[in-house]
Every structure is written in C-alpha cells, then in structure tokens.
Design a protein around this ligand. Sequence first.
Ligand code: GLY
Ligand code: MN
Ligand code: MN
Length: 426
Amino acid sequence: MIQEKEYAKRRARLASLLQPNSIALLCSAEPKIRSNDTEYPYRQNSNFYYLTGFTEPDAALVIIKGKKSFQTYLFVQPKDPQKELWNGSVLGVKKAKKRFLVDAVHSIEHLEAFLQKESEARSEFYYEFAQSTKAVQKVQQLSQKSYTRHNLTKPIERLRLQKSPSEIALIKKGMEITKEAHHHAMQLAKEGMMEYELQAEFEYIFTKRGAYSDAYTTIVAGGNNANTLHYIKNDQKLEAGELILIDAGCEYSYYATDITRTIPVSGKFSDAQRELYSLVLDVEKTIISMIKPGVMRSDLQKVAERMLCEGMVRLGILQGSVKKLLKKKKHKKYFPHGIGHYMGIDVHDSCPYKTKKGKEIPLKPGMVLTIEPGLYLPKDDKKIPKKYRGTGIRIEDDILVTKEGCENLSADIAKEIEEIETLYSS
Ligand code: GLY
Ligand code: MN
Ligand code: MN
C-alpha cells in the first residue's frame, strides 16, 4: 500500500524538475475498444498512476509552477447516477478532495477552461507527447502560439528509475504469487497436456491470489516453440522429452514481476538438456553476482555474451576462436536479446538507460532489473549438434540493486536442476 504522502512527495519532486512559469498536464489513460462497443479491462496510464495512485479514467493532474512554488490540481469524473449504473461508482469530487493531498480537486468538465485560463500567464507547457486526449489536443492548440513545449514523460521516467521501499514491498508481494504459480506449474506439467492448460493454471493462481492480471501475456512454449521469442499462441501439445519455457509473472497492485523458468515436460532433464541448462544457469548466476551500484548494464551484457559464446564453443554449437566469434557477433544467432531490462509499473519499465547527454546510467540502489540470459537452438539448424536442436532455454530473475550489492527478489523460485526435479515428484 502506498500512502497519499508518498504520491504528494513524487509530485513535489516532479515539480522541482519543471521550468519556472510552467504548466504541466498529465491525463489518465483512455479506455481501449476491444470490439464494437466492448472495452478491454481498463488499466491506468503508468505515469499518471505513479503520481496519483488513482485508477479511474477521465481524470487529469495539472501542476502549475511559478518561480519556485507550485500548485497541484486533480480533475476527476463527477458523480453521475445514470453513468454509474452501467460502469460502477466513481469517487467523485467531494471524496477525491478528502483523499488526495492536492491543492484543489475539480470536475473533469472544467479542465479545458482551466487550461485556457492558466495558460495565459505561462510560457512553458509540459504534457506527454505520446498522449492524444482531448485535453492534450487543447494544449497542443494553445502551445502552437508562443509556448515552449516539453515532453512530460521524460522527467517522470527519471523519477521512476529508483524504487521506494513501498514499491519494493508491492513487487515482493507479487513475487510470492508468481512463485506459487511457477511451482504449481512444475508440479502439474506432463506429457500430452496443452500449453494453454499450463497458461490457465498461471492465470488461475494470479486471479485467486488477488493479482487479477498477468504483467504481460504468459509464454508457455514447449520444445522448439521456445525459439520464437514472443511465442504467445500457447496452443501446442507438450511432448515427452521436451523442455517447456515458461515466461510468466503477475501484475500486483500495478507492479510487475517477470520470471522465466525452463523445465522438462517429463520431470527429468536429459544429459543434453542438462549441459545447455547448466550453461545458461551458470551465466545467470555469474551476472547476478556482479550486480551492485556503479556497474554498467553494458558490462553485464558483454560478460553474458562472452560466457555464452565460450560455452557454445565448448559444446560444439559454434566453432573457432571465441574472440573472433564475438567480434563477428556469431553468438547473437543463438542469444539475440539483451541481458535484461528495468521492471516496475511497466514490465519493461519505461525509465532512461542514458543521461540527457547520452551517457550510460550506472546501476543505483533502488533500481529493479531483470537478468535473463538464454540460448535458442532451432530444430532446423543443421550447424547445431543434433542432440541440442529444437531446444530453447531462458532463466530470468528480478533483481533489486541495494547499497551493498543486490537482492534477488525471485531467489525462492526453483531454478537448480535438483530443485526442479524434486518439485515434479512432490
Ligand atoms: N516477459 C518479457 C520479457 O522477459 O522481457
Ligand atoms: Mn524480461
Ligand atoms: Mn520475461
């Protein structure tokens, strides 16, 4: 649970990053049509949620900054019994005034007039360039005159880079649920099952434990399907002797988890699968052990690529000198993606990897990032020794950077070969 005081502190930090004499507008997400007049379940805009914790549509946050001081305004849907009959009750202006620590709350109907009036005395406009709500269009019209326009997304993303203790607590709560789901799947997986049956078990646990949603579409990829990186069809049968790559994490109270485990359909790794799995696991553990403040993600990437390349030469998947192979990027064919990404309100948390001047940002306490090395060996690639073909392996954990080093937030989700095999037989 995040306290109102924390949201107020985030708004104050944002205000401190804005130019004097400015006005900033941040709108809630617009509902998305699924088909004709039915909508997808609503999810709040991540930046709006970060600054308000408010989950209703048709809302806006406005910050007016003078020389140094600032005021915050929230605009919300007014109470409307007819609308609420269909869509459920809304908080309304009166209750919003009690809840939010802002200077004033108004009905959303007054937003455009407010922007028009307040803009007269201001020279700088901030709004999310990616948003195109009616209010944003209004701002765009206004700001075509003599205003300087700024993308509000940028300063907010900088604030989101380092997570607070209450944000970490929510990720940990989500991780408990994600752990239960992965262990549940390890106990249930068997030959003849459809991939979507395992997917359903994840969704069942996520919903049953109050997470309501996955943080991204679950991947359950048997055998060669794991070599399609964004495989989400999940409609094939699990065959004996294959591995299953499962990339699944719940979103709990707007915070993501992002975990991959690769497990054997029949509960035991074959010798060839053990060789590949041990290589990926060794890389993953080594990279995690390197994480501490000051380290660059690009260095983690380099070490992972080198270790995977060395391993592939050792196993006869690549031939030649490791140095030359790395230089020619030959290893990329079987490890084509990054070592990891930030995670938070978005699974791929939209926070900067570089400073404004283009310099890489080193790891800092409070950052959360995934570490996810993989090896993808397609079944029709004749250059790969036959025993390894049709295998895709990824192991992914979520890591918190701490003052001293790091904490693996998913350390309790089984990934050692013996742990996984034991879970199967329990
Ligand atoms: N589940 C998406 C990713 O691992 O990046
Ligand atoms: Mn990931
Ligand atoms: Mn993932």
